[in-house]
Design a protein around this ligand. Sequence first.
Ligand code: 4AD
Ligand code: MG
Length: 441
Amino acid sequence: MSSADGGYEVVAAEHLPAKVGQKVEVRGWLYNRRSSGKLHFLEVRDGTSIVQAVAYGPDLEKTHPGLFEKLGALPQESSLIIRGAVKASPKQALGVEIGLEAAEIVAVAEPYPITKKEHSPEFLLERRHLWIRSKMQHATLRIRARIIKAIRDFFDERGFLCVDSPIFTPSACEGTTDLFEVDYLEDTKAYLSQSGQLYAEASAMAFGKVYCFGPTFRAEKSKTRRHLREFWMVEPEMAYATLDDVMVLMEELIVFIVAAVLKDRRPELAVLERDVKKLEAIQRPFPRLHYSDAVELLKKKGLPFEWGGDFGAPDEATISGEYDRPVLVHRFPAAIKAFYAKRDPQDDRLALGCDCLAPEGYGEIIGGGERATDIAFLEKMIAEHKLPKEAFEWYLDLRRYGSVPHAGFGLGVERTTAWICGTHHVRECIPYPRMLYRIVP
Ligand code: 4AD
Ligand code: MG
């Protein structure tokens, strides 16, 4: 179905503004309808945008008897193909509308469950497969897709090779508490990957600068606005790199992503009523804060925080509330970080790691840092973290055969999307969220 009848060109609704004066065909679904006497105003969505088609009864009756009446009774989400001429219409979000000349009704829909009235989140999540047709969800997921493309472009343009890590793994990466276990062979368990990092380290020793990008899995027991059980993460890893190098890379990546969304997804940001001025402020350099200074800040603000602890959501919101752009908090206590973190040579209690906290209370969107290079140290850490040493022998090989300083990070796609869209909950930032108590649809 690529060319249409009678000189109507098939056009995606988002491209209609460039087609004023031309005859087009749009294939989609009825989003909404208003009628007034001899006119129907049909809002037709085709997946790329929504266009208003204006049907004038007396004209349509001459060419297609009965069609005007059928359109007037067509339920929401019925599928239809419309044909007509594109006209400028400044009042429309698209800036154009279609003067309807013909239409084909493809399938008449049953009464659609999602209506204009307020629905509960549970009701909508239960119907996620339909909910994604709604304006706000649609805008969010189009922005998400643009963020993913920006991430790939960013790394591909900078000489990083995409080397993906496996999803079935024999061992933990980030800790053993939130692993999903699966039967791999009769007598062999496997775990769904929590992070592709350990493999990305091996890939970096083979290819220099790499990234892996895929879904990761955590059996999170908490039901918060920031936790999914399946989420997407991009993880760059660089040989011969330090904490400072990855902090610069974090800044560059975020600035690049935000600029791409501002360039190509303005209409979607408008649907979401996102304050774009806040996004336009996202420029380098980002403020940098030593963990100990962050602790001082929290104490000054009256929060009951003790040095050594990990930040909770209110702590992160308080810290990021001080700035108009993301903040890089570095050198956390090693005790609260993963086994592979390199220690700060200036202070052995600290890890050479960095978290990036998004503005406006969205919290941590990136975690990363420099990796330990010394095999004896890593063996000690693996034992302290009660990890099975055999499962990490391959990882220790990376220190046996040409160990070099290296560093990387992981950026969570859904948390980044939530921040950029101004969406309260990450569950709306992935097409089909997987959460505690939700695996359907
Ligand atoms: O800070 P995390 O746990 O870091 C790692 O996994 C490192 N191995 C990454 C690396 O250095 N290669 O997770 C990284 C990011 C977080 O900052 C957050 O954006 C996201 O992954 N994330 C989650 N997003 C949604 N739901 C969850 N349950 C998440 N857990 C982490
Ligand atoms: Mg983290």
